[in-house]
Structures are given as C-alpha cells and as structure tokens.
Design a protein around this ligand. Structure first.
Ligand code: HEM
Length: 356
C-alpha cells in the first residue's frame, strides 16, 4: 500500500525544485509510476545510495557532481513543428542555460575518456515555458528501471580494502540483469570522442511529441556536434576534458545539431537500454550553440535542476519509467545540495585561462 503522505511530499519537492513550470501534474509523478512505494524505493533512499558510494559532498549534485556551467542559444529551423507544436521548434532563437558534467558522485574525480559525459540544457521559451533535458554521450542507458539502477550502484560500490568494486558482485548483478549486460556491450561498441565539444549527447528516454494537428508519435533526441573528431589528450592531466573545453571556447562558440528520432510502431518506448533501429527517420530541428562557459557559481547552471519532466506543451512523457523517477530523485538531490554549505568547483575557468 503506497504511503500517500510520502508520495505527496515527493511530489511537492519536485514542484518546488522545478520552479513554476511543470508540464505534468505533480501528483502524477508519484502516482503514475508507483515506484515510490516505500517498501521498494523512495527518492530519499535513492539519493542516500549515491552518498553511500564515495561519501557525501556538501553542496554538490549527488550524481554528475563534477561540472562546468555554460550559456548560449538554440535556434530552431521550424522543421520540428511537423512533429511537435512545442514553441522551441519554431524558427526562432531562444536563450539556453547548460552544464557539462562527468557522471559519478565525486566533484573532483579525475577526467577519464570512458567516464560518462553529461550535458544538461534548459531552453527558456517565450513567455513562461521551459524545456529541460539532461543528456549523456552514451547511446543507451545501462538500466531499464529505477530499481535496476539502484541495485547496480550497490553492486559497483567500492570495497573499502581495495577502493574498487568487487568483480564477482558485479558479475552476479549482470547475470540477473541481461538487459544491463546487453546495454554495456552497445556502449563499449561506441568509443567516446576526444572531448566535450565533439561529443554526441543523447536524451535516451522516449517522449511523446504532439503536433498542431493533434497527432502524436514517440521521439528520442540527440545533439550531434559540429566540431570534428580529434585526438584525445588524457595525459594532459586531472581535468583535461574540462580544460580542453575551456580552451576550445576561447576560439569561439561550439555548436550541435538537435535531431529528433521518430519511432515506428512497435519501437520500444519503455526501455532506454534498447536502441531503436538505425534507419529510423531523424528530423534536424535546429542548432544549439554554447557561447560561454562559467565556473559553477550562485545563479548559474550550478543552481538549476535539469529535471527531465520539465517539458514544453507538445512534448510529454511516454511509458518509460525512468524520467518520472529521475524527476523525483533530482529534486531530492537539489533540495539537499541547495541547503548545504558550498565548496569551490574543481573546474575553474579563470584558473585555466590564467595558466595558458
Ligand atoms: C533512475 C534513473 C536516474 C537517476 C536516479 C539519476 C540520478 C541523478 C541525480 C541525483 C543527479 C543530480 C541532480 C541534481 O542534483 O541536480 C543526476 C544528474 C544527471 N543525470 Fe541522472 N539519473 C538517472 C538517469 C539518467 C539518464 C537516463 C540520463 C541520460 C539520459 C541521466 C543524465 C544525467 C545528467 C546529464 C545529469 C547532470 C545534469 C546537471 O548538470 O545538472 N540520468 N542524475
């Protein structure tokens, strides 16, 4: 039996963190998914789990803790209106607030080529509307359910004796989760690019797009870099990915093409571990341009919750269970980190510019 008080509280926290804009009823966040049943999993327990891996780091995100704030624009080309009536797809330019990040709970983790890279983007639409999305540079997600992700985090928890996960524990997990083993193979088959600026970032979860005529279709989205591939320079140091991005920004703006991939009937919308067939139609809907990066500081992307359920009218949730869970857990992480004392970010734009 779900605990209504807890559910309502989770929903309220989600509402507060998302600000004034919520495309779905806050009550629906908890009720529709059912995953917040206290016997199983709550947003607090999930947030605690991130803290159990490498400790609590006051003021920082519980996942994707290491990051760099950014600002820029999105210019729609109008082609997206065929699929969705969302104002963001009109032929117009809107401001964006963004954040580049590395997956994981350590705010000062050493940059490694294979660590998941993140890009959060908030599009500020005319009037009150917003679209927030948090994308990663891997082509599928590792887990099909919130519970799977929660259990995998524990399976990968470092052994205090070695500082590393215990291989047999992770192997047991993978034997019980063939969907994760299969997703890891897809991820391994797609080597990461050399840096943030030439990474593709994928939204991964399926959403339902509705156009002005009222017809709906599932979509996923991706931003594809305009910067060319290049050689990686991991030997350049502890923060090499962020340092490279800061130096790249000195040479001018960095752009990505925003692509909507349109599902065919039968394509899985409920499971982000499953890629859609490569020949699915894609619609190029506009250009995301990052003009500037900023050390995380009060008022910039540091203080944004890139809640994937903050959607403009014309984009809505699908039967994928992850976005609703993400919304509740991001809100819990946001609520904790905003109340905590802050330490300086590992990634410091002034320092990198001074050193070069
Ligand atoms: C149940 C599944 C997931 C959970 C519980 C989860 C949890 C979290 C948490 C707690 C944060 C920090 C939020 C904050 O303090 O603002 C975060 C950030 C992030 N997550 Fe997830 N996540 C999930 C799935 C995903 C998926 C599927 C993607 C990619 C499509 C993703 C991409 C990101 C990115 C890019 C960030 C950093 C955003 C930023 O810069 O604020 N996550 N995640």
């Amino acid at each position: 039996m779900p605990n209504p008080r807890l559910n309502r509280r989770d929903a309220l926290v989600g509402l507060a963190a998302a600000g004034t804009v919520l495309a779905v009823g806050a009550g629906g966040v908890a009720e529709a998914s059912g995953w917040l049943n206290p016997q199983r999993l709550t947003s607090s327990r999930f947030t605690d789990r991130f803290e159990q891996l490498y400790g609590r780091h006051n003021g920082f995100r519980r996942n994707h803790a290491k990051g760099l704030a950014a600002t820029g624009t999105f210019t729609g080309n109008g082609a997206g209106t065929e699929v969705s009536k969302a104002a963001v797809f009109a032929a117009a330019t809107v401001p964006v607030t963004a954040r580049f990040s590395l997956g994981g709970t350590l705010p000062d983790v050493a940059d490694q080529p294979a660590t998941v890279r993140g890009l959060g983007v908030r599009f500020d639409l005319p009037g009150e509307g917003q679209w927030r999305t948090a994308m990663v540079n891997v082509p599928v997600f590792t887990d099909s359910t919130p519970q799977g992700f929660f259990d995998r985090l524990l399976a990968g928890k470092p052994d205090p004796a070695t500082g590393k996960p215990v291989p047999s524990v992770m192997n047991d997990f993978l034997a019980r989760h063939p969907e994760t083993a299969a997703a890891m193979k897809v991820i391994k088959a797609t080597p990461p690019s050399s840096g943030f600026a030439n990474s593709t970032f994928h939204g991964l979860n399926a959403f339902i797009a509705t156009n002005g005529a009222g017809s709906s279709v599932p979509v996923r989205w991706t931003v594809v870099p305009m910067d060319p591939p290049g050689p990686a320079t991991p030997e350049a140091g502890h923060d090499y990915l962020f340092d490279d991005l800061i130096e790249r920004m000195d040479r001018g703006p960095v752009s990505w093409r925003l692509m909507l991939t349109v599902a065919q009937p039968g394509d899985p919308t409920h499971d982000a571990t499953l890629p859609w067939p490569a020949d699915r139609r894609t619609v190029e809907v506009g250009t995301l341009t990052i003009d500037a990066v900023h050390t995380e500081a009060p008022g910039n992307a540091r203080d944004v919750n890139f809640d994937p359920m903050v959607l403009p009218e014309g984009l809505g949730p699908s039967d994928d269970p992850l976005p609703r869970a993400r919304s509740a857990v991001y809100a819990r992480s946001f609520e904790r980190r905003t109340r905590e004392p802050k330490s300086p970010s590992e990634v410091d734009v002034e320092k990198v510019n001074h050193d070069h």
